[in-house]
Each structure stands twice: as C-alpha cells, then as structure tokens.
Design a protein around this ligand. Structure first.
Ligand code: SF4
Ligand code: F3S
Ligand code: FES
Length: 255
C-alpha cells in the first residue's frame, strides 16, 4: 500500500472512529549509520485510530516519516508469523497487538525478539531458529509400501496432536525462553512443539528418531518449566504442556 493510499484509508475512517495520540518508542539498529554498532531508542509521536494495532503505527512511520524503519510483516492477520516483536516487554505479533490495550498513556516500546542476532531495527536472523526446526524432521515419516488408499485416522487420533498443529513458526515462544537467552544451542520450545505434532500423529513412524534427537543435552531436558513460552504464544498453544508430553514419551516410549 502506498503512503497516499494509507492516508486515504486513515482519513476515511477517522470520521467514524475516535483517534488518540501515542508515543511509539522503537529500538533502532542501523549498522550502516553514524550510530555504528550501537542500538538506540527513537520516539515517534503519532495520532492513531482507536482500532489500530502496533503494525499500523509502524506502517505509519515507515510510509509517512521514515522509510528506513525495517521490520518483517506479510499477512497482517496473525497467520504468517513474520512480525513477532517484543512490545512493552512481552513477545507479541505486531498485527494482533491493539494500541489501546497497551497502556497508551505511556510510551509503547517495540524491540526485536531476544536471543537471535539483530540484522537491522526489528529484523533478526531467524536461521538458528529454523535450523532447530529442520533438525526435528517436521514432516511425515512412514515405513512399508506406499498405501493404496488414504491413511485413515480417527477423530480421537487427530485430536491427540491438534493443539500443536496450530503453530505458525513465529518464534515468540523460543525467544521468550530464559534458557534460550542464555544458551542459544537449546532446541527451544517451537522445535519441540513441532516434534510433538508428528510424535503423536498415529500415521507417523518417526517418533523414536525424533525422541532420540531431542534426548540431547540441548533437547527437552533443558526446559525448566518457566512457562514464558506458553504465555507468549499468539496461537494459544499449550507449549509447556506439549514439552512435558514429549518428556513423558521419552521416559515411557508411549506415543
Ligand atoms: Fe509461535 Fe506458538 Fe509456534 Fe511458538 S508455538 S512458534 S509462539 S505459534
Ligand atoms: Fe523455556 Fe518454556 Fe521451558 S519458557 S524453560 S521452554 S516452559
Ligand atoms: Fe503475519 Fe502478523 S503479519 S502474523
């Protein structure tokens, strides 16, 4: 959307929807600027609609005052998982965080998620996160001959891993985990959630392999049940419970 289109959208709505003033305090990191390798806070005074989200405020800055502000986003509707950020000290999706719910009387802080290298402004290097995801083999593993018909599954069997199918790989969980902050080698909750999604799938034959991968010094036993991951998950996945179930499966080998 161009700045002109955005201005039209805002002015069209402004007649019907109340506006309010906010200060958006954004953590900037511009390695090529005179600030060198230092990151710094930058305040923006904005007039926003009561229905606007943090993503709308970031767009307003980018499209109207400073095109160099850099952040990831795509769907703007909580589906693609690309705009996880630390907002007022808590990991959230910028497209799902309403400004009016963020104590807008005070500056609203926006920072990159923690524990991954910052590339520019709010953009972090996601490669370590996706490397752990790939390691747990996030795909169906089967043995024997190709089936001649669909692999059937009962409603109860599907229900067993329903919660963990909801993951959108936003990294809000892993980058809110204190163990991951101190040990970036830890697989992290997102990788374990995605292992859970296949370990408990009745059609999959790779559970033993995945459990062996996670029975590592950087695997499930590093989890200290801090629950930050569950609180951060924008999809409402019971992340800590899923980790506990994987631990239990490792001990009992029942899945
Ligand atoms: Fe994001 Fe939740 Fe998936 Fe973690 S489990 S990556 S917080 S959707
Ligand atoms: Fe970390 Fe979640 Fe465990 S925050 S310590 S992975 S319960
Ligand atoms: Fe896709 Fe927020 S932009 S989840």
């Amino acid at each position: 959307m161009t700045a002109t289109t955005e201005e039209t959208r805002t002015s069209e709505k402004a007649g019907a929807i109340p506006t309010f003033d906010i200060t958006l305090r954004v953590r900037r990191y511009l390695p090529e600027s005179t600030h060198g390798e230092e990151s710094y806070w930058e305040d923006h005074q904005l007039t926003m609609l009561a229905t606007d989200r943090v993503l709308d405020a970031l767009h307003k800055i980018k499209w109207e005052t400073d095109g160099s502000l850099t952040f990831r986003r795509s769907c703007a509707h909580g589906i693609c998982g690309s705009d996880a950020m630390r907002i007022n000290g808590r990991n959230r999706l910028a497209c799902k965080a309403l400004l009016k719910d963020l104590n807008p009387g005070k500056p609203i802080t926006v920072e990159p998620i923690k524990g991954l290298p910052v590339i520019k402004d709010l953009v972090v290097d996601m490669e370590p996160f996706f490397a752990s995801y790939r390691e747990i083999m996030p795909f169906l593993i089967t043995s024997g001959n190709e089936p001649s018909q669909e692999r059937l599954q009962s409603a109860e069997q599907r229900e067993r891993f329903d919660d963990t199918t909801k993951c959108i790989l936003c990294a809000a969980c892993t980058t809110s985990c204190p163990v991951f902050w101190t040990d970036g080698q830890y697989f992290g909750p997102a990788a374990i959630v995605n292992a859970h999604r296949f370990i408990f799938d009745s059609r999959d034959d790779g559970a033993t392999q995945r459990l062996e991968i996670l029975n590592d010094k950087e695997g499930v036993w590093r989890c200290r049940t801090a629950f930050n991951c569950t609180e951060a998950c924008p999809r409402g996945i019971e992340v800590t419970k899923a980790i506990q179930e994987v631990k239990r499966a490792m001990i009992t080998r029942a899945f």
